[in-house]
Design a protein around this ligand. Structure first.
Ligand code: FNR
Length: 386
């Protein structure tokens, strides 16, 4: 039966599935290989138990944090999602408005649909920008200049994509090639006609669906598939630690490395001048079989011992998860699929509602673990074993 008022991420996910063409929902929802790491991301959070405490005067709760020079009403940032802007009409702009309303930041992907200029034009807080290293360093330099000119001061450099993971749902849907343009069109057409509301509202009225940040550099490209082909060729697998030194020298704002799962890599990142690390397995979309971010967070926190800011992502689905992540050593979390499900299901209003629910969950978790502020969170809030 239809959901009157979506309450949890799985409700938004169900609605998003109904709303989106199959190939888009699968692209969003899926991950690499047999999706073992994807399942682990959620399961690992679910398995962590919080310690309930009582009678501690929790009448004044504040979930706010200061992160990279700005105040967030809760320690949550919207993760960069490639092609996110096709999941609802100009979805990255909608997400920016919802993030502003919730008092949190959002990070725009290099391969977002809306450009850094378009999203930054929404007044309010500056966005973060996510960078993929491209072979053409001139283009990278230009992207950084455009981001800076748009007010971006926090750059997230994603280091876990020297090659693209095998996403078998995309293979089945012909998104990964292996089929003719005509075959893709016919497959897509069936799916479009099954989802007329998306077709009209997003497919037609939401156009153009170019990669806004890259449109200027991709000669003659019209379709997302042409962009994808260009980007796949531009991803630079030769990227190494020397590039971090280069980035550090050209980017004057905060620099975060996203996609670290190893303590030695984390220490290297700090030694190379990273201000922050996002402990992440890319939502399970890169190497299937790796650990979840939350599982390796404690050892990474121990290794960097406060020398940089730590975020974690992958499987964060509610406010309790945020508390768990902070108790295990993070200063904030990123959420990926949940924000896109919410905006795909119910637009800007849907995402606003979900973010309010997150904040409310957090407040409830604070009250029932007996804490008042983020500064009160520590490891003793996690139960060890059963
Ligand atoms: C991503 N992710 C991602 N990361 C990144 O640095 N640049 C990108 O362009 C993308 N694109 C992207 C597309 C889609 C459809 C998904 C689901 C994910 C990874 C993302 O930023 C984040 O790390 C994960 O989504 C976090 O896991 P959850 O919250 O989705 O479980």
């Amino acid at each position: 039966p239809p959901i009157l008022v979506p309450a949890t991420v799985s409700d938004y996910r169900r609605e998003a599935q109904r709303r989106l063409p199959t190939f888009l929902f699968d692209y969003l929802d899926g991950a690499a290989g047999e999706e073992v790491s994807l399942q682990r991301n959620e399961a690992d959070f679910r398995a962590i138990q919080l310690e309930q405490r009582v009678l501690r005067d929790v009448s004044a709760i504040d979930t706010g944090v200061d992160l990279f020079g700005t105040h967030l009403d809760m320690p949550v940032v919207l993760a960069p999602i490639g092609m996110g802007g096709m999941m609802a009409r100009r979805a990255e702009v909608l997400a920016k408005r919802a993030a502003d309303a919730a008092g949190i930041d959002m990070c725009l992907s290099t391969v977002g649909i809306c450009s850094v200029e378009e999203v930054s034009a929404v007044s309010g807080r500056p966005i973060w920008f996510q960078l993929y290293m491209l072979r053409d360093r001139g283009v990278v330099q230009e992207l950084l200049d455009r981001a800076w000119a748009s007010g971006v001061r926090t750059l997230t450099f994603t280091v876990d994509l020297p090659v693209v993971g095998a996403r078998y749902r995309d293979v089945r849907n012909g998104m990964a090639g292996g089929t003719s343009a005509l075959g893709r069109f016919r497959a897509g057409l069936g799916s479009y006609l099954m989802h007329p509301r998306w077709l009209w509202d997003v497919g037609i009225r939401g156009a153009p669906h170019s990669f806004g940040n890259l449109a200027a550099y991709v000669p003659g490209a019209a379709s997302p598939n042409q962009f994808k082909a260009w980007v796949d060729k531009q991803f630079d697998p030769s990227t190494d630690w020397n590039d971090i030194a280069w980035l550090r020298s050209v980017w004057k704002g905060h620099l975060l490395l996203k996609g670290i799962l190893n303590a030695e890599d984390a220490v290297n990142a700090v030694d190379q001048g990273a201000d922050g690390i996002i402990v992440s397995n890319h939502g399970g979309r890169q190497l299937d079989g790796v650990a979840s971010g939350i599982a390796v967070l404690p050892e990474i926190a121990a290794a960097v011992s406060g020398r940089c800011t730590l975020l974690v992502d992958g499987g964060v689905r509610n406010g309790q998860d945020v508390v768990k992540a902070l108790a295990l050593g993070a200063q904030a979390v990123m959420v990926g699929r949940p924000w896109v499900y919410a905006v795909a299901a119910r637009g800007e209003a849907g995402l606003k509602t979900w973010l309010s629910a997150m904040k409310n969950d957090m407040r409830t978790a604070f009250a029932l673990t007996g804490i008042r502020t983020v500064a009160d969170i520590d490891r003793s809030m996690i139960r060890q074993g059963l």
